[in-house]
Design a protein. Sequence first.
Length: 133
Amino acid sequence: MATYRFAEAAGLLGVSDDTLRRWADVGRFTVSRTPDGRAGIDGTELARLAQQVAELPGGHAAASHRVSARNQLRGIVTAVKRDEVMAQVEMSCGPYRVVSLMSREAADALGLDVGVVAVASIKATNVVVELPA
């Protein structure tokens, strides 16, 4: 199993290097060593930590309903483009940029504007996974 340097692991988790070091200091994960002797995190530990980080405490859907989509990213609206019928809503969710197309009526009803905190619920039947070069 690969061992990742803190900087790379932090980038994958969408947190800072300092946050990852603090988590190591309080024992949130076991520190390993990279082949060059630097502090790192084992791939299986990183995967476990990523699952914990992805779970938002208490959930973010209103208590009055449940959602079938499992990929939910909390973020801030960074742009909204509206025309007469449709709206394009762009969000920054940690290190990810998410763009959603919806009716203008839906965007207006939700009050989506730049600076609003929202949750992007993503449900796809086809997901392409690639490995970096």
